[in-house]
Design a protein around this ligand. Structure first.
Ligand code: HEM
Length: 227
């Protein structure tokens, strides 16, 4: 039987990607269906705006989950799915913005500008989405080659800031029930903490390695004394 740790063939990976693509579309399709069947409650616009916002945050966290899953399960091929998940986070973010600009504000740009200025949760949301744009634009193989691995990685590390901003945005808009923002903030902090812990472990390994390595002169010294 094919183990999950085995790298799938190109054909299998294409199948997995197609399946994932379809799965990620489900929330949008359900929202569309709810809108058509009028089952989104008394305020469908608010329901769509909120749901698309929540899915943006969920996809960001799912994207951040890929590395720990890969590390602890040995399923290294999961990395090949990360780009699609990140792009879905961006797509839901853009849909969320469209809901606000179109359905909520009817393209009233003066009102939108006032909102961005006056309501801090909107300001934070706009900053978070603006930070997602360079990540989406540099998600191609060509962009990775052009930027170089190190610079690309440094740029894409802003996904942590984006997830945290998404949580702040959520905290700022809830009135009574804080269970939603609390859950997402806890998950974000766990994923962030895990990265910090890995880095610390790596740093210690490097220090230990340097300590155990013989100093560069020792070979010569031994030769001098054994002449
Ligand atoms: C242009 C940027 C954005 C604007 C204008 C915006 C605006 C809004 C608005 C108007 C709401 C509904 C507030 C209410 O019903 O009281 C909302 C909810 C929300 N937004 Fe955003 N947002 C933006 C970006 C983002 C981003 C980037 C994320 C995620 C990283 C996000 C996550 C959320 C979440 C989680 C909710 C609450 C969902 C819920 O109540 O279940 N938003 N946003």
């Amino acid at each position: 039987m094919l183990s999950l740790r085995t790298t799938p063939s190109t054909a299998q990976l294409t199948g997995i990607k197609l399946l994932l693509f379809a799965l990620c579309l489900i929330p949008a399709l359900l929202l569309g269906q709810g809108l058509l069947n009028d089952t989104l409650g008394a305020n469908p616009i608010e329901a769509i705006t909120r749901s698309s916002g929540e899915w943006t945050l969920r996809f960001l966290l799912i994207t951040l989950l890929v590395s720990p899953l890969r590390k602890y399960t040995g399923m290294h091929w999961l990395l090949r799915l990360r780009r699609m998940l990140g792009l879905y986070a961006f797509a839901y973010g853009v849909a969320h913005l469209l809901c606000y600009v179109w359905l909520d504000q009817f393209f009233d740009w003066a009102e939108i500008a006032r909102d961005i200025w006056k309501r801090p949760f909107i300001t934070v949301g706009v900053v978070a989405l603006a930070l997602m744009l360079p990540l989406a634009l540099t998600s191609t193989n060509a962009a990775i080659r052009r930027l170089g691995g190190r610079r690309w990685q440094a740029l894409h590390r802003s996904i942590y800031t984006i997830a945290l901003l998404g949580c702040v945005h959520y905290w700022w808009l809830v009135k009574k029930d804080v269970s939603g923002p609390l859950l997402y903030t806890a998950l974000t902090l766990i994923l962030l903490g895990l990265r910090a812990w890995w880095r610390e472990q790596e740093r210690r390994r490097q220090v230990q390695g340097a300590y155990l390595k013989p100093p560069p002169l020792s070979g010569k010294v031994i030769r001098i004394f054994s002449r």
